[in-house]
Design a protein around this ligand. Structure first.
Ligand SMILES: [Mg+2]
Length: 264
């Protein structure tokens, strides 16, 4: 196959490859505990009641950035009712003065947990079922990752799962260099057409932006999104895939039989 004819699969990381929600919630809770001086750092969520975790998981659907996990802790502490993306965005805006402290402390807590307890950190960042096999089987040249997560963490989680993706195929969206800019640049740098690329993300607003590049966009239903957000994607002409449908997509990349796998 001519390189120019090759198909490329671009993947978001959190909510597509890895189910990182528990690590993020724990880092958010620890950041909030440190900043408010209430409670100590935890290395697991075992002390947190199941219904609290369920509520935090629900609020995860509205997250746009790392510091938002600390806003989740604040919202829950204050007993604020958040029922939609608008509610969450308004809540963050009303408390915007905390933003940079939340940002710094959230990332500080993540690196602290990784440094002091790498095994606990990795256990809180499992890959979705079938994903490790999929990533192991897909040709490195067909794959790239575009994420807001620090590349160091992406590589640590992947290599703990036996996946050694080349560094040149992992891109971090940060500041003005957001995901659709990265994909546009990739198309220019590697001389690719939009119809050679499929991009999968679990965040509908991100996909609406990336769709402007002309690449095929798919919303990951197994990630962090609500029924309303999936409906919004549908209204915008963006398809939603279940995990099994995604794994079947592997056939386009010469990965066969993987959708039958029960787990990674
Ligand atoms: Mg995501």
């Amino acid at each position: 196959m001519e390189i120019s004819q090759r198909n490329y699969l671009g993947l978001d990381f959190d909510g597509v490859i890895a189910d990182s929600v528990l690590e993020c919630l724990l880092s958010g809770l620890n950041a909030y505990a440190v900043l408010t001086g209430r409670g100590g750092r935890q290395i697991s969520l075992v002390a947190i009641p199941a219904e609290t975790i369920a509520e935090m998981r629900r609020l995860r659907n509205y997250i746009r950035s790392g510091e938002d996990y600390v806003y989740i802790a604040l919202a829950m502490d204050r007993g604020c009712v958040i029922r939609s993306q608008n509610d969450f965005d308004r809540f963050v805006k009303d408390n915007i003065h905390f933003k940079s402290a939340y940002y710094d402390q959230f990332y500080q807590e993540r690196s602290e947990l990784l440094k002091t307890n790498p095994e606990a950190w990795l256990n809180l960042n499992p890959l979705y079922p079938g994903m490790a096999k999929f990533l192991e089987l897909i040709d490195d040249e067909n794959l790239f990752i575009v994420t807001t997560k620090e590349k160091l963490y992406v590589h640590k989680i992947l290599s703990a799962n036996g996946i050694g993706l080349e560094r040149k195929n992992v891109f971090r969206a940060v500041g003005k260099m957001n995901k659709h800019h990265i994909i546009n640049k990739l198309m220019v740098d590697r001389k690719l057409n939009a119809d050679q690329i499929i991009f999968v993300d679990d965040h509908v607003d991100t996909l609406k932006e990336v769709a402007s590049t002309g690449v095929e966009c798919i919303l990951a239903a197994w990630g962090y999104n609500t029924l309303e957000q999936r409906k919004e994607a549908d209204d915008f002409g963006i398809m939603t895939y279940q995990l099994k449908e995604f794994l079947r997509l592997g056939e386009r990349f010469q990965i066969h039989g993987i959708s039958e796998l029960k787990s990674s």
